[in-house]
Design a protein around this ligand. Structure first.
Ligand SMILES: *[C@@H]1O[C@H](CO)[C@@H](O)[C@H](O)[C@H]1NC(C)=O
Ligand SMILES: *[C@@H]1O[C@H](CO)[C@@H](O)[C@H](O)[C@H]1NC(C)=O
Length: 374
């Protein structure tokens, strides 16, 4: 018997076969990046002290793309800003549908930013997301991917990532819905500020802390990536991942210093990519936040190892990790046509919604179950 077991493992090792139960403990010996597999881990693939990994920061926004967000915050904060290599900085927008202006979505896309999926309804009820069926979630994610691709006139193959509303997660069900919606990674699962995991795949069981409020994946999802939502420390050292929920206030300098310290803590540690969630209501309701965030960005651009990129760029980097001297910010050369038109459309219960489209108006306001508004 012992010999048979020994032979079985010997064959597994020789052939590099995974163990029988795919969702079991991950070992880097059978989960290799060359095969699009990475164990959940806090180990940075680049460990050279003299030429370390770039410190990545992904600015992410998960809300409707509307004129005020675009003109008051995105253009002044992001446009024209560059990384140490001189290329434009990246950022990621997880877009939900209601009120979104798809002409602006296309502008963001053409500017090189990543467009991802939030959902169609962004329903504010946590209960809805906790009990949604697989079909509900596919209608929400795949439907929104279709809406963006159609009305912003951008290729759906470029829409690769998702973030769930209020970071609600239904474990394997959510991942299955993502996969069936053509998405390749998730950016909703928080990881604590003292266990900063790097992106990994769900081929094997994740070691990421499973918060009580969500259910976590237990099955094997080959080549599906998790880009952890890295927590930082806010007021009273409370863990947070949306700048608004960190509840820091003060002068612009104080807000900037808080963010600089949080980045430096990681930069002098494992250099896990940081994900910052930016909300327009932070700028609206927290005094000095816009000035503070601008100061923070200015200070970061003086460091030659800090790169602002999209979440997708981070996942692409870890598939082919290079140290800071070899890193070049990806330039996403894109083209798309837009014939902007403003559509006044019937919404639920006969109310009205305006929608900017790049490709003409649908018959009715697009929504869950009818993404093209037919
Ligand atoms: C949100 O979900 C609740 C069920 O939990 C549902 O009654 C409501 O209609 C949904 N709202 C939207 C805008 O989809
Ligand atoms: C639409 O109307 C129905 C009944 O009149 C109501 O139950 C429902 O909540 C309304 N939905 C919205 C989104 O206003």
């Amino acid at each position: 018997m012992k010999i048979i077991i020994f032979l079985f493992y010997a064959i597994c090792i020789v052939k590099g076969l995974p163990p029988l139960n795919n969702s079991s403990i991950c070992k880097s010996t059978f989960c290799e990046i060359e095969n699009d597999c990475r164990c959940s881990s806090t180990i940075n693939p680049i460990t050279n002290i003299d030429d370390p990994a770039p410190q990545f920061i992904a600015i992410t926004v998960s809300e409707s793309v509307v004129t005020t967000l675009y003109h008051n915050y995105l253009v002044p904060l992001l446009y024209g800003r560059t990384n140490p290599d001189g290329n434009s900085i990246g950022a990621t927008f997880y877009v939900n549908h209601e009120y979104t202006d798809y002409e602006l979505v296309q502008k963001l896309y053409l500017h090189g930013y990543e467009i991802g999926v939030h959902s169609i309804t962004k329903n504010s009820s946590q209960d809805y997301w906790r009990h949604a069926s697989l079909n509900d979630l596919i209608e929400e994610f795949d439907g929104q991917r279709e809406i963006i691709s159609h009305f912003a006139n951008i290729p759906s193959k470029d829409i690769r990532g998702g973030r769930t509303p209020q970071l609600q997660f239904e474990g394997d069900l959510t991942i299955n819905a993502y996969k069936q919606s053509g998405l390749e990674y998730d950016n909703s699962w928080p990881t604590s500020s003292n266990k900063l995991l790097l992106p990994y795949t769900l081929d094997y069981l994740s070691t990421q802390e499973c918060l009580v409020s969500i259910s976590c994946p237990k099955e094997s999802h080959k080549h599906f990536w998790v880009a952890p939502l890295t927590n930082i420390r806010g007021n009273n050292n409370v863990e947070c991942n949306s700048l608004a929920s960190c509840l820091i206030d003060g002068t612009a300098e104080e807000i900037a210093n808080w963010l600089i310290n949080e980045v430096d803590r990681v930069r002098t540690n494992n250099r896990a990519p940081l994900v910052l969630r930016l909300d327009s209501y932070w700028f609206e309701f927290t005094k000095n936040s816009l000035e503070g965030f601008t100061l923070f960005l200015n200070e970061m651009s003086r460091r030659n190892d800090v790169f602002f990129v999209s979440v997708q760029d981070i996942v692409d980097w870890i598939k082919n990790p290079v140290p800071v001297t070899k890193y070049v910010t990806p330039v996403h050369k894109r083209s798309a046509k837009c014939t902007p038109i403003s559509c006044a459309l019937k919404f639920l219960n006969g109310s009205e919604r305006y929608m900017k489209s790049c490709v003409g108006c649908p018959r009715t306001y697009p929504w869950k179950g009818n993404p093209l508004g037919e």
